[in-house]
Design a protein around this ligand. Sequence first.
Ligand SMILES: [Zn+2]
Length: 475
Amino acid sequence: MKALYPIIFLAVFAPIALADGLPELGDYSATVMSALDEQRIADEIMKDVYASSQVVEDPEINDYIDDLGHRLAVAGPDKYQRFNFFVVKDNSINAFAMPGGVIGVHTGLLLAAKNESEVAGVLGHEIGHVVQRHLARMLAKQKNDSVISMATMALALLAARSNPQLTSGALVASGASAIQKQIDYTREHEREADRVGLQIMTDAGFDTRAMPAFFETLQKGTRFSEGSAPAFLRTHPLTVERIADVRNRVEQQASFRAAQESPDFYFIKAKLLADIGTADSAINTFRINLQEKRYASESAEHYGMALAMLRKNDLAGAREEVAWLRKNAIANALIETLATRVAVAGQPFEAAGQLYLQALGEYPEHRALIYDYANHLLGSRQLDKLLQLIADKLDRFPDDPYFYELRARAYSMQGKSLLMHQAQGEAYARRYNLRGAVEQMDLAARATDGDFYEKSIVEARLSQLRQRLDDKRTR
Ligand SMILES: [Zn+2]
């Protein structure tokens, strides 16, 4: 694990160094919860996020949003703020920010955006809410002493906001309804988040014109279908005034550089589309888009078509699309991963292993490819190779719980009890499940098959995890 605590203490002071000219909303120290409390709330929320079936688990979609989010966050005013970006399986158009830098994006928002800068505008706005501590200030005012109940409340509010049809009973039960009104962002909050977001977009090299453009798209959508406003508008009240304000700011900017957009955006969008409805309807959508030349990236349409065909188990069709991509598209890790997936189908395991190694030679840090190869090694019981692969990749992905889960499965198949429980404990710790982590590490400490060196590592880690769990309980 990365050493989080020193970073958190720095973060207590960091938010004061705001971007130039931003208004101070009241007395900072009196109204804001401590950064440590914020971090604890964020950890609680992330625990639920990991446990939730509503969160997209696809490593390519997650890595995409995480990369985009961090490209923006490093351009923001608070360099010490930690962020977690993830995607929620929900086709309503929304994004939200929680205390501690937890930012969720709905699949619907990615699908509705025309280009990466439009997504960047929304993410910049959400990052603005985080670094200006808007929600943290509102929660701090509730004088609630329990961090866990605050996290629960934040989540209940979140659920209520994205599902207006949710019965108010659930809200009452969670104690959240009483504060729901106060939790809605105010106009000042929105203006401030827009200003910070625009600055972040500019500094990160995106096309700032995309922010007012996307806001307008959202507003137009509202006008056409009365009563079904995009969820984003309900949580971030969007007035004509606010859009005009953003547009004015953008127009005052001296010049526009070419936006630093990643072509991956169109591939990720195609990947999401390939998963909507039935495989046949998805295939049909891509076919029509290609026929009528309705696309921003022809390659991404073929990529989506190949994915939809794989979903339908039409291997021959998928091979055709991959052949098209190999011939016409600029190579990228997403295409290579898909092409490898198609190529290994039906191959004997030695040949499949070679194909994975070849692809990994080109894209050694593409997580989806590493996962695929790891699962291939697990499935063909090449456990020593699997353990070596994980050991090689962990330096690059020290916080990835899945690598530890794979390691636990390999040790379990080898009948190594201490190492299995240790790996499972590390996986739980990375899913913010401290109780599970302590339980597993305790089992590892009591296992009889470890040597002295392994035992002492486990014992040290067990007491460290217990300490963290106690810290949380006494709050
Ligand atoms: Zn907002």
